[in-house]
Design a protein. Structure first.
Lengths: 215, 195
């Protein structure tokens, strides 16, 4: 049990994981900082998956629980968009925050950690939905909060107007045209018994691979 | 013997109106469409202290096929717009709608990309209950206003029972009307559409 975990005191010393990471990955660990007692490690985007896999599997680290995946875009346009993984080692009671910085001027892409923590599935879908970050290797990267036919973009980006891009009439028209039942993917309905009980028209739609038109 | 006048059917029609309206107004079966905190007040209205059963509404209808009055209690996101529209279309005539609370009536504080700015852009509404959320007394006052409205209806009014379906343009109201009623107000006038 480390002293920094949840004690509420501002620890100036970074988590011991930082030294281990720097020794193992060298320049891929770009920098680190301590913010209100939490250690934040900035990692090179192309090596994030490798670093996270090591943090999960190394006997000295054992970050076996992925608390959250999220992203941050700052009002300052010069600052990069960050993707954040919040990790916890349940056995040791230790926390670590891993970030990568992505250039908003280029396609936002980072490797999925679905293969490391299954819980990343919906978390990554939410980040994709709200920020437009694509997770390479995610098995079913679709919108999760907004409906699949939503065409206005990614709402939590800073260039997204609060009331949306379209007029209210156009938003209402698109909402009324949506078919709430056409959103199931075949992955969601992979239980054979459930498939047999589906209505005929839905089976027919799914056999054609249709699940609403994704922009 | 007594001669029955041929010019007196008005009397009979009026009484039949009175009878049906009395029956309809005092046996409304609500279809609760609770999406937010207004639904908690709605449940309190139905519970023992306020006791909605006094108005003949103790039978909550969770099937639109056996419902008379749709009570939208809470904010309606665009994601639920096709759902409430389908529920409204499934309800048989005669039917009425109550928009409960600020969000259902106007979008409330949620002047954002997700929120329908008043359910009257999706379905026709008879009574708007203001409040955030309205107290049970407020909802009951709205229900009593609806009962008053029902008691004033007439068989002769053919337009009353007309279905207002989504038109060929995919909208229930004209597009200009929707844009007009959704105009920003309060704090949201400071927001620009292009950020």
């Amino acid at each position: 049990m480390t002293a920094s975990a949840g004690s509420g005191t501002v620890a100036a010393a970074p988590s011991p994981s930082v030294a281990a990471l720097t020794a193992r990955f060298g320049p891929a660990i770009r920098r680190h900082e301590v913010s209100v007692g939490d250690t934040i490690v900035y990692v090179a985007p192309d090596r994030a998956h490798e670093v996270l896999a090591w943090l999960r599997d190394d006997p000295g680290q054992r970050f076996d629980y992925l608390t959250d995946v999220t992203a941050v875009e700052y009002r300052d346009r010069e600052r990069p968009l960050e993707v954040v993984w919040q990790l916890r080692a349940l056995g040791r009671g230790a926390d670590l925050r891993v970030k990568v910085e992505l250039d908003p001027g280029r396609p936002l892409e980072v490797d999925s950690v679905y293969d490391l923590w299954r819980g990343a599935d919906w978390l990554e879908r939410e980040v994709y939905d709200m920020f437009g970050v694509r997770f390479r290797g995610h098995p079913d990267l679709r919108r999760i909060l907004m409906w699949e036919t939503y065409r206005e973009g990614h709402p939590l980006r800073k260039d997204f107007p609060l009331r949306g891009h379209f007029s209210r009439a156009e938003q209402t028209r698109q909402a009324l045209a949506a078919n709430p039942e056409a959103h199931y993917s075949i992955q969601e309905l992979s239980i054979a018994a459930a498939y047999d009980e589906l209505p005929g028209d839905m089976k027919e739609r799914l056999s054609r691979g249709e699940r609403g038109d994704v922009a | 013997m007594t001669e029955v006048s041929a010019v007196s059917p008005n009397w009979l029609t009026t009484r039949l109106d009175f009878l049906t309206n009395w029956a309809r107004a005092n046996s409304l079966w609500p279809m609760p469409f609770g999406t937010a905190c207004c639904a908690i007040e709605f449940m309190a209205t139905a519970a023992s202290r306020f006791d909605l059963a006094r108005f003949g509404m103790e039978r909550m209808s969770f099937s639109p096929r056996q419902a008379d009055v749709l009570i939208c209690a809470g904010r309606l996101p665009f994601k639920l717009a096709p759902v409430i529209r389908k529920i409204w279309d499934q309800m048989p005539q005669p039917k009425w709608a109550i928009s409960m609370g600020a969000c259902a009536s106007s979008g409330g504080i949620f002047d954002t990309y997700t929120m329908v700015q008043g359910i009257d852009t999706i379905i026709p509404v008879d009574v708007y209950v203001p409040g955030c959320p309205p107290r049970p007394e407020g909802l009951m006052y709205g229900i009593m206003l609806l009962q008053k409205k029902i008691k004033g209806e007439s068989f002769r009014d053919a337009d009353l029972r007309q279905e207002h379906l989504v038109g060929p343009d995919g909208l229930f109201l004209p597009a200009e009307r929707i844009d007009e009623v959704s105009e920003p107000f309060g704090n949201s006038v400071q927001q620009t559409r292009s950020a």
